[in-house]
Design a protein around this ligand. Sequence first.
Ligand code: AMP
Ligand code: MG
Length: 333
Amino acid sequence: MAAIAPPRSGSGRPLWLDAAPAGIAEAARLLRAGALVAFPTETVYGLGADATDPAAIAGLYAAKGRPHFNPLIAHAATLDAALELGDFPEPARALARAFWPGPLTLVVPAGAASPVCELARAGLATLAIRVPDHPVAQAILAATGRPVAAPSANRSGHVSPTRPEHVAADLGAGIAAIVAGGASPVGVESTILACLDGEVALLRPGGLPRAAIEARLGRPLAAHRGDGAAPLAPGRLDSHYAPAHPVRLDAARILPGEACLGFGLPLPAGAEAGLTLNLSETGDLAEAAANLYHHLRALDARAHRGIAVAPIPPEGLGEAIRDRLRRAAAPRA
Ligand code: AMP
Ligand code: MG
């Protein structure tokens, strides 16, 4: 791979890198030079930037159009590397050991020694940390040797990307490279837990179901106490993950001219073959999560009056799927 100066927030098309040793080495070189690199994780594609470099992080906020009050998740290659990034109280340590690598983010006190820059934390004294369970993400993080902030690789507020083509469609011009590693197998973002003040609170449902966490903790998760103007997890903002078309939830019947996002069979009455995609014909919530953003993007690209979504049960991954669809359906600011 030719050694080129990486664009920071630059123009032009991003490099398309294979998820093979040469591409991974180039991705790490670009990240260490302060550039933005999109890469696959098991949840969604992340837009990576060196979390120790405030200039790189400023470029990341700009490329996504992300509000500066919305802090980033720092990613590490291994449990040991992650434990260096913050002050883990005991429940956080036990959860990290149980579920990392995996689709779980832990918010802990950053501590005085955290190498993650203040801008990546949006000035907070706490830090969100994750070890992704994806071989390409792990290889890039290990080769970079630094914590990498990696929010979803889409314009802020849009549908998240689960394939490299989604990233190119949303962010093409503003980033240095995209590492192409196929479809993200989980398909929804990580579950976020705040482990602060001796309590474990759910900030965002996600790829690790609540029941698995509660079984490990031996108690129910605390509900998040909202804190007004600066939301603790802005992925919880009302309008987010939004396609261009309006979205209607829990549709028992599809109206004339509406597209249908199905779940299980039979489809809701009125679904038209040419305007219907099924998240999972067998009603499998893991398959539905993996298909969610790809199907939303595909339906959004067709001409119709809106996307009506079949009822989806709230158990297991259904909690995260319903959370994302509720925000996709929320009134736009
Ligand atoms: P994403 O944009 O999908 O990477 O989501 C990151 C989520 O983590 C956002 O909703 C952030 O608000 C949340 N987050 C990151 N850092 C913190 C933190 N220190 N405290 C609470 N939430 C955080
Ligand atoms: Mg996002």
